[in-house]
Ligand binder design. Structure first.
Ligand code: ZN
Length: 370
């Protein structure tokens, strides 16, 4: 399995960013904690390997947000593959086990450089940017996003999409500005208006990100779900619980009207493990009901990742590769999802975002016939 993973053994950006996070977590002052975290993020966001920034004289070309202390760590890793500086700081902090725990919460995340490499690696095959017709999870100003529906349509057209599903949070999640049913009606009128304007060129789909409650039910009634064209159901609670939640997730993917299991685990980079479940059983249930497993491309989520996605491929699942964008700049996060799918050998035909609109809508409608 390791062989086809682009640069898995040599993603120094990942290794360096992780070491900078280790260093951040053992700092005493908030300011230096933030400094190292910012440096780690800068490395994760580089679109090329950090080795490319090395000058012939052994110094490092300027990278924004990287200060002299972080530069020392980077040069040490480039020279030796590891960092004694960080190892020493962690050992002296007396918090080695805590550092190790948060390291485990950074496993199977891709750096931007690795995303770029996976997208351009012809040996991987699978879904690519050219066959990607539209994004099926995003948030607008109607809930917790900063992009208007107009912005989404313009940015979708700009990216060459045929459609985008607007999936604001449901009313069951007030903490994320969930839309009331009244607001949803007003939003749908605006979507109709925009679709008339872009007819034949681009379509906004009426979607929702419904919340999966602790008992596996979804926080909207069947009648409410019927008003929507794309229903993403996602967990937003009990994401740090070590208890098995297989039954919760199977109930969610077996709910009539649900199309996509959104960010299935709800994990967060370096801080949250997400839902614990017997995932092959969840994937088998999703396969039976025709629910697509989402790869959420938000860099802090990357949920599910290429490693777990292989189990969903084996189970015969469909996939949705989405950005979970809250602003138009974040629509590019779908590229992270595409990279995970390629690394997991997801066949392009199993990616619902690669389907023509008519096929997508037919599949979504089928969710009422299970
Ligand atoms: Zn969500």
């Amino acid at each position: 399995m390791a062989k086809s993973k682009v640069g898995e053994d040599v993603d120094l950006n990942d290794r360096i960013a992780s070491l900078l996070r280790d260093l951040a977590s053992v700092q005493k002052s908030t300011q230096s904690r933030w400094g190292y975290k910012r440096a780690a993020a800068a490395i994760r966001n580089l679109d090329q390997p950090v080795q490319n920034f090395l000058e012939p004289d052994g110094s490092l070309r300027k990278i924004p947000n990287i200060g002299p202390a972080s530069t020392r760590v980077i040069l040490e890793v480039l020279r030796t593959g590891a960092s004694d500086l960080v190892a020493k700081a962690v050992a002296e902090s007396g918090r080695a086990s805590e550092v190790e725990r948060s390291r485990q919460l950074r496993a199977h995340f891709l750096t931007r450089a690795r995303v770029v490499a996976a997208l351009s690696d012809a040996n991987l095959g699978g879904p690519g940017l050219e066959g990607y017709r539209g994004d099926l999870q995003m948030h607008s100003t109607w809930s917790d996003g900063s992009q208007t529906l107009d912005d989404i349509a313009a940015a979708g057209i700009e990216r060459g999409y045929e459609y985008c599903a607007v999936t604001d949070h449901s009313y069951g999640l007030p903490i994320a500005g969930g839309v009331s049913m009244d607001d949803l009606g007003r939003q749908h009128a605006e979507i109709d208006r925009l679709n008339r304007r872009h007819r034949g060129r681009f379509t906004l789909l009426k979607g929702i990100e419904a919340n999966i409650r602790a008992d596996g039910t979804v926080d909207m009634s069947a009648d409410e779900l019927r008003l929507l064209q794309i229903v993403v159901a996602a967990p937003h609670s009990a994401l740090r619980s070590p208890h098995d939640q297989t039954a919760r997730m199977i109930a969610a993917v077996s709910t009539p009207g649900v199309n996509i299991l959104g960010h299935p685990r709800g994990r967060m980079y370096g801080s949250r493990p997400g839902v614990a479940a017997d995932w092959p059983r969840v994937f088998a249930a999703a396969r039976r009901s025709g629910v697509a497993i989402e790869i959420d491309g938000d860099p802090a989520r990357q949920d599910i990742d290429y490693d777990l996605a292989e189990a969903a491929v084996a189970a015969g699942c469909l996939f949705a590769l989405d950005s979970d964008a809250h602003s138009t700049g974040e629509l590019a996060y779908s590229e992270t999802a595409l990279a995970h799918a390629r690394l997991a050998h997801v066949p392009a035909d199993r990616v619902v975002n690669c389907w023509p609109l008519a096929r997508l809508l037919e599949w979504a409608e089928d969710s009422w016939r299970r």
